[in-house]
Design a protein around this ligand. Structure first.
Ligand code: NAI
Ligand code: 15L
Length: 268
């Protein structure tokens, strides 16, 4: 299966750059978007390059017109002051769904984050039915995005898979990411499952490779048929040679790590 036109937001970011060539197989036309300065204007023959600020409602409406599905990666991707998160993430995801409804888009893949449940401890194992415990403004914005996804399914039948991405970089960098690593190849396969599995409603899945030390149970996303092929285990020896942080260090206590202790940003 293929879409006619697939939109990728956040195309100039770390994961956007990885997925841009890989999503080409999933659509006749790939429309890629990000802030103009980050994006440039070079387009392959199967691509449309459209600069757009997620906070701009009218521009977002035009961006999404004519698209059949959306992979929404754009936004602020770390903990930042509320105003920045509000513009890019909260207004951004609102505009995605408003335009999706107006233009009849029926499938969204939303890049949520493990920081939606960042205040669970690393000695707890959780699934997507456990209460969300966001660990900052960033996690709260992703929690709002998941609620937008559920609401837009219940009210308008727009289907979404929200991927609570763990740590998706070339390699794990510490003990925390040994548990949460998602390889780029597994991310790509997960994207394929999220885009093409029928009847997903609003499904929430933790985005992770086959890591034995995981904190997350994906039993409620089994219908996606996603099978991770990579594992962080191959990095364990090297990572465990790093000094162990103190027992009360947030990077060792909480699933969300340092995000649980970042900010507040207001001057005291
Ligand atoms: P990134 O920060 O490298 O990329 C995000 C992109 O969004 C950037 O290119 C940025 O220019 C764009 N953006 C920011 N504000 C914007 C605005 N107002 N309008 C338009 N574009 C805007 O992040 P990365 O690592 O590529 O992550 C992609 C998505 O996945 C993000 O939503 C992030 O929150 C989520 N995620 C990523 C994880 C990871 O391990 N890489 C882990 C958990 C979630
Ligand atoms: C995220 O949500 C961020 O987007 C990514 O840059 C990492 O910081 C990751 O979480 C993490 O949990 O470390």
């Amino acid at each position: 299966p293929r879409f006619g036109r697939l939109l990728l937001t956040g195309a100039a970011g770390g994961l956007g750059k990885v997925l841009r060539p890989r999503l080409a197989a999933f659509a006749d036309v790939l429309r890629v978007s990000d802030l103009g300065a980050a994006l440039g204007n070079e387009a392959a023959s199967h691509e449309e390059v459209v600069a757009c600020n997620l906070a701009d409602r009218d521009a977002m409406d035009k961006l999404i017109a004519g698209c059949d599905a959306i992979v929404h990666l754009g936004g602020v991707s770390v903990e930042r002051p509320f105003e920045e998160i509000l513009e890019a993430n909260i207004k951004g995801v609102f505009h995605v769904y408003e335009a999706a409804r107006r233009h009849g888009v029926k499938r969204v893949v939303f890049a949520s984050s493990n920081h939606v449940t960042g205040f669970y401890r690393q000695d707890e194992r959780i699934d997507v039915r456990d209460l969300r415990r966001p660990d900052g403004y960033y996690g709260l914005s992703k929690s709002y995005g998941e609620d937008m996804a559920q609401f837009n399914y219940d009210r308008y039948g727009i289907e979404t898979v929200s991927i609570r991405i763990g740590w998706s970089f070339p390699e794990p960098r510490d003990r925390r990411s040994l548990a949460s690593w998602l390889s780029y190849d597994d991310l790509t396969e997960l994207m394929r499952c999220c885009l093409f599995t029928p009847d997903v409603g609003h499904t929430v899945v933790y985005g992770m490779s086959d890591n034995p030390s995981t904190w997350w149970d994906n039993r409620y996303a089994a219908h996606l048929g996603f099978k991770a092929r990579d594992t962080s285990e191959i990095f364990r020896t090297r990572i465990e040679a790093q000094p162990l942080p103190p027992a009360d260090d947030p990077v060792r206590v909480y699933q969300g790590g340092i995000f649980t202790a970042t900010g507040p940003f207001d001057p005291v």
